[in-house]
Design a protein around this ligand. Structure first.
Ligand code: NDP
Length: 449
């Protein structure tokens, strides 16, 4: 419940102006709760209308995407791009292709992206886009035709100095390739910096594929080190999802001496108490685009269980939700705490419900919120843009080292901001305030727009 009159008024106006957008309102509500002490200390924010300017995107486009399947049947999907805030840099944020995509989900992701990008300390504004297109079960040619049609509208709204999309759920290297090819055809220009997550063959960055998952573990390691004098070494870890973020989170966890024992997809989860064999997961999910269920058929001793939430009932030291929004609810949080979890860090965007987060914080569980803990992906996208501008390629080690530095720095920014707001150790408050401060101060200096 908000106490600050200014934040309360803006929140009520936001609710009134955005009916039917629960995910967006959830994201705004969570940020506002964290901002209360900071806003109390800074009356100039209200005078300049900073908070109401932050919750209203600069613009949002929706468009029709018409494409033909392999049987010659025509389909129509809806495309979105929200350009939320460009106070500190060009709009930047991924594209999500998933049947659940709607205006609320795109706006929640775009809003979160503003603060996350600010935390990276790179000059990146916030945006997000996508479509309710379902890539599951589609042929490569169908994916290509969809991506070409999507870009045929999107190209007018993006640019290397304006708005730079990347991947997200359902959009990986294959889709970015098709999107980039169509952008180049339409503009007749090779502008590498217009998209990130590109193949290494045409301007991609080493370590971008690994970046979100690796970054999550660098953040978690620093959080354990500074707040508990502990480390990943020897910890049992549960990772939800088995996509880009989950796979490379599990990989880095293993490299740091941890033991991931469970992973999932939208149908169910696997447990392998001997430790997940990542080569098997990669073969199933990256190469064959199959189901996680097949892991239990290939690895003796591994179990498969239908349904997603059960993964949180597995006893573990560290939980890493890396699948999707609101996948970890209050009951899941209670089960994790009852089973002795020590730390939770979010690889996905808003995977924990507000009630789950509050439960973790009330029980003194170390909690790394998404906008800080998963910022490694967009940070490395920022490094990809830098390499594109410089027309150079850094080595894997160079990029990985910069990524580590960025994640450690994000942890310390959040920790310091939390302490300033009298909420020591509360990284939710810390990440929101630290991300907000930079954007708000830039807006104050840039004048009205
Ligand atoms: P992918 O599409 O590569 O993978 C998503 C994974 O989550 C798939 O394994 C999918 O299973 C699974 N999944 C979807 N819904 C559920 C569910 N309800 N329960 C369990 N598993 C589920 O996406 P990413 O790995 O790229 O993204 C995952 C999350 O991380 C998203 O929230 C995204 O916004 C966030 N993120 C991604 C970044 C990136 O760089 N890729 C950067 C920062 C955040 P299935 O195959 O069955 O669909």
């Amino acid at each position: 419940m908000l106490q600050n009159a200014y934040l309360k008024r803006v929140y009520e106006d936001t609710v009134r102006c955005n009916p039917g957008q629960p995910e967006f309102l959830q994201a705004v509500g969570e940020v506002f709760e964290s901002l209360e002490p900071y806003v109390e200390m800074h009356p100039e924010l209200e005078t300049h209308g900073i908070v109401e300017r932050l919750v209203e995107p600069d613009r949002m486009v929706t468009f029709r995407v018409t494409w033909e399947d392999d049987q010659g049947k025509v389909h129509v999907n809806r495309g979105f791009r929200v350009q939320f805030n460009s106070a500190i840099g060009p709009y930047k944020g991924g594209l999500r292709f998933h049947p659940s995509v709607n205006a609320s989900i795109i706006k929640f992701l775009g809003f979160e992206q503003v603060f996350k990008n600010s935390l990276t300390s790179l000059p990146l504004g916030g945006g997000k886009g996508g479509s309710n297109f379902d890539p599951k079960g589609k042929s490569d040619n169908e994916i290509m035709r969809f991506c070409q049609s999507f870009m045929t509208e999107l190209y007018r709204h993006i640019g290397s100095q304006m708005d730079v999309p990347a991947g997200d759920i359902g959009v990986g290297g294959r889709e970015i390739g098709f999107l980039f090819g169509q952008y180049k055809r339409l503009r007749n220009q090779f502008t590498a910096g217009v998209l990130t997550g590109k193949s290494l063959r045409f301007g991609g960055s080493l370590a971008r594929t690994e970046a979100t998952g690796y970054g999550l573990l660098y953040f978690t390691q620093e959080m354990l080190r500074c707040l508990k004098s502990d480390s990943i070494e020897g910890k049992t870890i549960v990772v939800s999802g088995s996509g880009n973020v989950a796979i490379y989170a599990a990989q880095k966890a293993q490299q740091l001496g941890g033991k991931p024992i469970a992973m999932s997809d939208s149908a169910g989860y696997i447990i392998d108490r001997d430790g997940i064999k990542l080569d098997v997961v990669k073969q199933i999910k990256e190469v064959e685009r199959g189901r996680i269920k097949e892991y239990a058929e290939r690895v003796p001793g591994a179990e498969y269980h239908e349904g997603c939430r059960g993964i949180w009932t597995i006893p573990c030291d560290i939980a890493l939700p890396c699948a999707t929004q609101n996948e970890l609810d209050l009951d899941s949080a209670k089960a994790l705490v009852a089973n002795g979890v020590q730390a939770v860090a979010e690889g996905a965007n808003m995977p924990s419900t507000t009630e789950a987060i509050n439960y973790f914080l009330d029980h003194n569980i170390l909690f790394g919120p998404a906008k800080a803990a998963n910022a490694g992906g967009v940070a490395t996208s920022g490094l990809e843009m830098t390499q594109n501008s410089m027309r150079t390629n850094w080595t894997f080690e160079e990029v990985d080292q910069k990524l580590q530095g960025i994640m450690v720095n994000i942890f310390h920014q959040a920790e310091e901001a939390a302490a300033e707001c009298n909420a020591p150790g509360n990284l939710v408050v810390g990440a929101n305030v630290a991300g907000f401060k930079k954007v708000a101060n830039a807006m104050l200096l840039e004048g009205l727009y």
